[in-house]
Design a protein. Structure first.
Length: 455
């Protein structure tokens, strides 16, 4: 490829960008995504605030406590002060018959009450909270489950208080111990396993789907533009002043700028919306104080991580954009576009499924050879790598190596596409097959010129 191959690039880029930004479908999609990005945080925060407020209105009116633990008393404290707490039995001054009679009394009176029977787990040495409520009362099972969760949280806090230690110390004391036995040879062959949690899986999966959708949307715009100009024979006029490579690359870069611009604006709007929501409504935390957004696992979500993800997105869009333009140029009519894009659709779908398999592997097995392959293979790394960067599962060396491989692959792909695109863009008739494209590449690299004539 020579410098002259890109003659007219600036004109095509500006023209395509203007046309794209004017398209109704592009504007509508952008506005919808912008509204979602701006409105998501306030809606979540308001919803969680309502959930917190609704905790004061429960179908449970009374909580009867039967204490059979080794703790003398249970001074239970609930967020809902409207629930009356009453200790019924404690110690050893009662019989099982007394307990059963009390159950029957509460059940017969259809009291809106819950009976908590706290006892020891003789096998594990832990505690068991059994909760009962009258079947014909107004007490809902959901409220009983919510109350049980709150009691568990309270009991965990209470143990910290009575032991006079902090939470970290309690976690260390109660942490389990596992023992693995293996010989030295087996140890040498064992790779370091670094599985990810379900929360981390959710983050990586969301990033995978997000990047897949962005690339598909951008590549589809490129394909439609290529076929539209070819079908209207506009390309024949453009070819008199613009080189084919400039025509293709101008379209790809215009779509890239439009799409990345969308991502940056929507991301900025989301960050601004979150900051305003935190100030006006609250931090979007659930009633138990846990953030709705799992920021604790987003260890790589900083300016550097965000910039790297955008760079990877740009390289990925260029790669898939070139493939999209190549296969789109093989057809001459809009009605043949779907048929002509079958191979491309199969390529990106397989890349997505392989990427998803890699993410799933990280949950069940950890980062192994298959995951490393997906990180370094260009067609999958653009989907897998961003999520792994966000959760801090890759280091800068891996990112740098993967980025270099993607750039090299993009350059090689550009040479391949350039060899075919210049010939297929001017051909009309039936869609051109993959075998014919490969033949064109062989002729182009052998210096014999293009193979095949117009169909």
């Amino acid at each position: 490829m020579k410098k002259s191959d890109f003659a007219g690039f600036s004109y095509v880029f500006k023209f395509t960008l203007r046309q794209t930004l004017k398209q109704k479908s592009f504007i509508v999609a952008f506005v919808i995504m912008l509204i979602v990005a701006i409105g998501a945080f306030p809606v979540i925060a308001i919803g969680q605030k309502k959930d917190g407020d609704s905790s004061d209105s429960s179908s449970v009116e009374k909580l009867y406590v039967i204490n059979e633990t080794n703790i003398s008393e249970l001074p239970i404290e609930l967020e809902n002060k409207n629930i009356h707490i009453e200790s019924v039995f404690s110690g050893e001054d009662y019989s099982e018959e007394d307990v059963n009679n009390f159950y029957n009394t509460v059940d017969e009176n259809n009291e809106n009450a819950v009976i908590l029977r706290a006892k020891m787990d003789l096998e594990s040495g832990g505690y068991i909270f059994d909760m009962y409520y009258p079947e014909n009362s107004k007490v809902s099972e959901d409220d009983v489950y919510s109350l049980g969760t709150e009691l568990e949280d309270w009991f965990s806090e209470y143990k910290v208080q009575i032991l006079n230690i902090d939470k970290d110390t309690l976690m260390k004391v109660t942490a389990g111990v596992t023992t693995d036995v293996m010989d030295i040879d087996e140890f040498r062959k064992t790779d370091e396993v670094s599985t990810i949690s379900l929360t981390q899986f959710s983050v990586v999966y969301v990033m995978l789907v997000l990047f897949y959708m962005i690339i598909v949307m951008s590549a589809s715009l490129v394909a439609n533009k290529v076929v539209e100009e070819k079908a209207n024979r506009i390309v024949e006029y453009l070819m008199t002043t613009v080189r084919p490579m400039a025509l293709m690359f101008g379209k790809i870069m215009a779509m890239l700028v439009a799409t990345v611009g969308q991502v940056l604006i929507i991301s900025g709007a989301a960050v601004l919306s979150k900051n305003i929501t935190d100030t006006v409504i609250g931090n979007g935390a659930s009633p138990d104080g846990k953030s709705v957004i799992p920021f604790d696992v987003l260890t790589g979500l900083d300016v550097k991580g965000y910039a790297i993800c955008i760079l990877i997105l740009i390289i990925g869009m260029i790669m898939y954009g070139m493939l999209s333009a190549l296969f789109a140029a093989s057809v001459s009519r809009m009605e043949d576009l779907q048929q002509g894009m079958k191979v491309y659709s199969m390529i990106i779908l397989i890349a997505f499924l392989v990427s998803f398999a890699a993410v799933n592997t990280m949950v069940n097995v950890g980062v192994n050879g298959f995951v490393d392959f997906c990180v370094y293979f260009p067609l999958t790394s653009v989907m897998v790598l961003p999520g792994m960067i966000i959760i801090g599962k890759v280091n800068l060396v891996m990112v740098a190596v993967s980025a270099v491989i993607m750039v090299v692959f993009a350059v090689v792909l550009l040479r391949f596409v350039a060899s075919v695109y210049e010939n297929v863009i001017v051909m009309n008739g039936n869609p051109i097959g993959v075998k014919e494209m490969i033949t064109m590449v062989k002729y182009a690299f052998s210096g014999k010129g293009a193979a095949g004539n117009e169909k």
